[in-house]
Unconditional design. Structure first.
Length: 279
């Protein structure tokens, strides 16, 4: 067996009962596409590949890429850091009955990887193993970036917990296996995601003070916007729902960007008109 690399946060799943339970939780058919992030030694890859040949494995560790190539010579493997892979670019949804993303998330990059996964536009369901504490935070009443991103895209269900003995080497924490259902389209841009993250940079501050500190917005202007949106002026970010955050974002930024787009369009139009007159 290949030795796990601590630097890559590797904990290989070795419990066959858990492996079976995971695969049986995913409604895969022969026309499904399954994208697996961090295939490891193929514990999940092998039974999934028996259900559908439409499997794409994303694996960073060259040793494991070589191992998978030997066991699954026809398997499509992307040898790259999952955080840098444009996953949506190689998915043609029309070819498949459904698209699943499966991953045993490395603990050290759990949050950025979940954020990336939740931004994907062509996934139907994500089935993820993550630290139980992270899953609990996502489902908590007090909001955070990850829970709001889930609310933005759909819903999350904790299917079952997985103890340390199911892995080699054994992690120091209990894991949860969760299902994320993508119910809503992703129509927001990167500016919104930056805005969302910025809201939680200083949880001790009220939202108005946070926005004032980060974006240098005039407090009176902010108070006016809060009144318009019926928001408590003393509210903190963790008390906001995703709909309220989207409305706040649009009120603060979207109208300015849309105005700039119209001005740019008008300038280009006038330039073309001027050129036509000269000709």
């Amino acid at each position: 067996m290949i030795e796990a690399k601590i630097s890559l946060g590797q904990n290989f799943l070795v419990d066959q009962n858990i492996i079976n339970k995971i695969v049986n939780s995913i409604p895969i058919n022969k026309d499904s596409l399954v994208i697996e992030i961090g295939s490891g030694m193929g514990a999940i890859t092998k039974p999934v590949y028996e259900l559908t040949k439409n499997v794409i494995a994303i694996e960073l560790d060259q040793r494991l890429v070589d191992y998978l190539n030997k066991d699954f010579p026809e398997l499509k493997i992307i040898h790259e850091d999952a955080l840098k892979v444009d996953i949506d670019s190689f998915i043609n949804k029309a070819q498949y009955s459904n698209v699943f993303l499966v991953s045993n998330l490395p603990y050290y990059i759990t949050s950025p990887l979940i954020e990336k996964i939740l931004k994907l536009k062509k996934i139907d369901y994500a089935f993820l193993m993550m630290e139980k504490e992270v899953a609990s935070k996502i489902k908590a009443k007090e909001k955070n970036v990850l829970s709001l991103l889930v609310d933005l895209r759909g819903k999350i269900e904790v299917l079952f917990d997985i103890g340390p003995n199911a892995f080699k080497p054994k992690p120091k924490v209990v894991s949860s296996f969760v299902k994320i259902s993508y119910l809503y389209e992703n129509e927001l841009d990167e500016e919104f995601y930056l805005f969302l993250n910025n809201l939680f940079l200083n949880k001790r501050k009220t939202l108005i003070n946070n926005l004032n500190a980060i974006y240098k917005k005039d407090k009176k202007e902010l108070e006016f916007i809060f009144e318009k949106l019926n928001l408590d002026k003393k509210i903190r970010s963790e008390k906001l729902g995703i709909d309220e955050i989207i409305k706040l974002y649009k009120e603060l930024f979207w109208w300015r960007r849309k105005l700039m787009e119209k001005l740019i369009f008008l300038c280009m139009f006038m330039k073309n008109v001027k050129t036509d007159i000269i000709i």
